[in-house]
Design a protein around this ligand. Structure first.
Ligand code: MIC
Ligand code: SF4
Length: 643
């Protein structure tokens, strides 16, 4: 029986377990990446493990999220990451060099390899034929130390592409179509593998737009084959030697097949406030807009920028619209300068930002009150832009650029012929913003610099025989990590300081939560379905841990957040009957008797609601390794116990 790409790469990387559905496997990780907003915690955790040099083939630390330095905090964190990287064998991508996923794609990603990153959009490199997975910082720290990364054996969904995209329709519209079909929870436990004749018509950056935003499906990752198009991309990056073919066998089997004819796609938009709230642009109508933002790790390649420059050439951004452009990397920026594309964009009146995450994570450029913002980004969760009542739509660069000129939501196809652009055969290569580490022999000479904002991370304790606690918060479906631990220019500088950042925990849902949880000392959170979707930020587990949250009971969990809870010893329980969600209210006193024994045997948990007298059944459904983490109070304690 033939193998698909996912099976080929995973099977060649298994170091623990057996490739059988329903079980967990440990895979060897070839490469890791971190960014600054999750990186400080990841490196503090790596240091706590006492390993001198990373054991991966390549580990890279990027600075791209917290680049607005309105106080000392972010700059201090950059210094810490630069020095800790230098000491321990990690390459350091300096602020200004670009967004981690774009730079990793350009300079480091390799077909057939495995990559984990402390950022949920790590699957971007799936566009190169890698298994690239977003994970919590602690998992990345463990992988840097040579430890395996654990995932349940995934279901593999095959998206079969045929045809060719029409003018004005682009890769963003492909992933928006997939989101319409699968929704933000449709990918949980799955890897999305793209095949078919249509694949050949998509460049590597276009494939990466699709795998990047596959994160919004909740999928473990997404992957494209590595073929002639990949070879051409790596040649253009001067990295031909990194190429290898990664193709599915002709008789490869899949758990589900979805057919998409690229020729039939039209411009789409994800409407407020969810990436799966998809409408056709022509059906939204010509609503007036206030802001357009082009960039983010989803759509900031040179190809995207070139298209935008051609659309803006000789035009003026509408007087009522603020247009921001964020090139994804220094390479992209420089090529825009060299080709004259930057001139056309500046001339049209765009506001050019540095190569970083910027507005995507609320680092500036919050829209006006009630403002309508069109963004080429990947997330439009409520409040993420920095303006709570803003309406954010996610669209392609084509739709964004044309709308910026017109001043209203526009189907770009009305512009007639798509301006032609030619991609260069060679990209501009200068890795002078990537600092290599010192050799292992010299690591003693490097002093790690720690600013006053860097505080130790909280550690959990062993699970007690029972949990008795009050429900400190009850929330609904699709709660994102942006609800649990908001980002933005004000809060992000506290990412290295859990006591301080915890004050903002769940601020979007209930501004009294942090105080209430602290007063209770121990509490339980109740959630709906897909609890914790979105980012990989471990802070969404570390802050609740710090505030005394012992367990989260939900209808279902998003993948990365669930493992972050387990890594930190917080018990994730799912209702056996979803309707029991209605039987618990905020403020109820709950008792989980005999919980230690039940976790040990992975049995059914009987939750006694002491306020109402009802008994509710839930399950943890933990792998043996996860069970140990819950019993011992997290992954660090598990590692210590083994040492
Ligand atoms: C995001 O897009 O939400 C982030 C900011 O990149 C996060 C990481 C973080 O919270 O630091 C992610 O996607 O994992
Ligand atoms: Fe940065 Fe936005 Fe990409 Fe997250 S989604 S890595 S914030 S650009």
């Amino acid at each position: 029986m033939g193998l698909n790409i996912t099976e080929k790469i995973l099977k060649s990387h298994i170091v623990d377990g057996e490739y059988k559905k329903g079980t967990e496997i440990g895979i060897k990780i070839d490469q890791t990446l971190t960014q600054d907003a999750t990186g400080t915690m990841a490196y503090l955790q790596f240091e706590a493990m006492g390993i001198d040099q990373v054991k991966t083939e390549r580990s890279v630390a990027y600075i791209d999220h917290n680049t607005l330095q309105s106080g000392f905090e972010n700059a201090d964190d950059h210094k810490y990451i630069a020095t800790v990287a230098k000491k321990h064998g990690i390459y350091f991508s300096r602020p200004g060099n670009g967004i981690c996923h774009q730079v990793h794609l350009e300079r480091f990603g390799k077909p057939g390899k495995t990559l984990i990153g402390s950022d949920s959009h790590t699957p971007t490199c799936g566009g190169l034929g890698m298994i690239a997975i977003g994970a919590g910082g602690l998992d990345v720290a463990v992988a840097m130390g040579g430890g395996a990364y654990y995932i349940p054996v995934p279901e593999v969904v095959n998206v079969r592409l045929s045809g060719k995209l029409s003018d004005w329709v682009s890769a963003k519209d492909v992933i928006l179509k997939v989101l319409e079909i699968l929704t933000v929870k449709g990918g949980v436990g799955k890897i999305i593998e793209y095949t078919g004749e249509g694949v050949k018509t998509l460049s590597v950056p276009e494939r990466s737009t699709i795998t990047n935003m596959g994160a919004e499906l909740g999928a473990t990752t997404s992957i494209f084959p590595s073929d002639e198009v990949t070879l051409q991309f790596l040649k253009a990056q001067g990295r031909e030697e990194d190429f290898s073919y990664v193709l599915p066998d002709e008789d490869a089997l899949y758990d589900r097949v979805i057919d998409i004819n690229l020729s039939e796609l039209v411009p789409l938009a994800a409407c407020p406030h969810s990436p799966d709230n998809i409408k056709r642009v022509d059906e939204i109508g010509a609503i007036k807009i206030d802001q357009v933002c082009i960039g983010s790790c989803t759509n900031s390649s040179f190809q995207d920028m070139l298209k935008v420059a051609h659309i803006l050439k000789g035009k003026t951004v509408h007087p009522d619209v603020s247009l921001t452009i964020t090139p994804g990397s220094k390479q992209v920026y420089n090529m825009m300068a060299q080709s004259g594309a930057l001139f056309d964009i500046i001339d049209a009146g765009a506001r050019i930002l540095e190569s970083a995450c910027g507005p995507c994570i609320g680092m500036g450029q919050a829209p006006n009150s009630g403002g309508i913002s069109l963004r080429t980004f990947n997330r439009n969760f409520l409040g993420r832009s920095g303006t709570r009542d803003a309406q954010v739509y996610l669209v392609s660069p084509e739709t964004a650029a044309v709308s910026a000129i017109n001043g209203f939501f526009s189907d770009p196809r009305v512009m007639g012929d798509m301006p032609k652009y030619i991609m260069p055969e060679k990209f501009l290569i200068n890795d002078n913003m990537i600092t290599p580490p010192v050799s292992a022999e010299k690591s003693d000479e490097v002093e790690v610099v720690r600013g006053p904002n860097i505080k130790p991370f909280p550690l959990n304790v062993e699970l007690g025989d029972e949990i008795t606690a009050e429900v400190s918060l009850k929330v609904g479906d699709n709660i994102t990590t942006d609800h649990i631990m908001p980002a933005g220019a004000k809060i992000l500088p506290l990412r290295s300081n859990i006591p301080a950042i915890s004050e903002y925990c769940f601020e979007v849902c209930d501004s009294d939560f942090a105080k209430r949880a602290k007063d209770l000392e121990r509490s339980i959170v109740v959630g709906g379905s897909n609890y914790g979707q979105g980012s990989s930020r471990e802070h969404a587990a570390l802050a609740p841990l710090y505030l005394g949250v012992k367990a989260v009971i939900a209808k279902s969990f998003a993948r990365i957040h669930r493992s972050n809870l387990i890594n930190n010893g917080i018990l994730p329980l799912t209702f056996i009957n979803e309707s029991d969600y209605d039987k618990i209210n905020q403020g109820d006193a709950l008792e989980l008797p005999n919980i230690k024994q039940i976790v040990k045997s992975d049995g059914i948990v009987e939750i006694i609601n002491k306020t109402t007298g009802e008994v509710i059944k839930a399950e943890a459904n933990l792998s043996p390794r996860a069970r140990d983490m819950i019993l011992l109070g997290g992954l660090i304690n598990l590692i210590k116990s083994k040492a």
